[in-house]
Design a binder for this molecule. Sequence first.
Ligand code: ADP
Ligand code: MG
Length: 253
Amino acid sequence: MIPELVVEDLTVRFAGLTALDAVGFTVAPGSVHALIGPNGAGKSTCFNVLSGVYRAASGSVRFGDAELTALRPHQIAALGVARTFQNIALSPRLSVRDNLMLGRHRLTKAGFLAAGLRLPSARREAARHGARVAEIAEFTGVGEVLDVPAGLLPYGMRKRVELARALCMEPRLLLLDEPVAGMNGGERREMAELILAIRESLGISILLVEHDMAMVMRIADAVTVLDFGRRIAHGTPAEVQRDPEVIRAYLGG
Ligand code: ADP
Ligand code: MG
């Protein structure tokens, strides 16, 4: 069962700046929820609070029974909340396979990477994880490049690998920070299809920070719009698209 993610009155301050001001929204189980807004609106800050990197000044983030604002990043990850970063965070010298295996680290009992595969139990566990990694690689379109160092891949492929690595954690909630940033039109459409496929076949919740309005309109079930740390609109893609506040914020009026 995937729980709701309920964000309430979330406020985050940096010296003299309120990056998030009493923001609230709910991500329904199994939905794609988009968090949009102009540069500096507070989208990445919100992700950083949800994943335990930043502390909230006040407010709450509930995922099922857990209060995420009280937890550290590894505890949040252990609850099945996985994220990608706006700037790619792969280990460039490691193969795609090893990057993905690192993504499974939280699921391993034996710690097979550290154990160096000396124990038969560690070898069996590694084989099981290896099979699942291959499956996820196939699903995300990186099955052909499993042995290639991640740093040698073109940008669009690295973004896919990062998504694959997040999926390797078997998340219940996936946080995607600008998954199509820097991609061309074709790559954007493919990534949109992949995100929809993840929702369809894995049934997990996806919270998506995205700049590309067309992409959001195409794949989001619900949209929350931030501007200068405040929630200015909320609704279906069609609703927020014609909201005067949103139009004003995006045109910089
Ligand atoms: P977005 O992702 O919507 O573009 P951010 O969440 O990155 O916006 O930033 C929101 C505001 O908070 C910006 O004014 C940004 O400069 C500020 N900010 C973000 N992170 C920090 C930080 N670690 N220290 C100080 N200010 C920050
Ligand atoms: Mg950002």
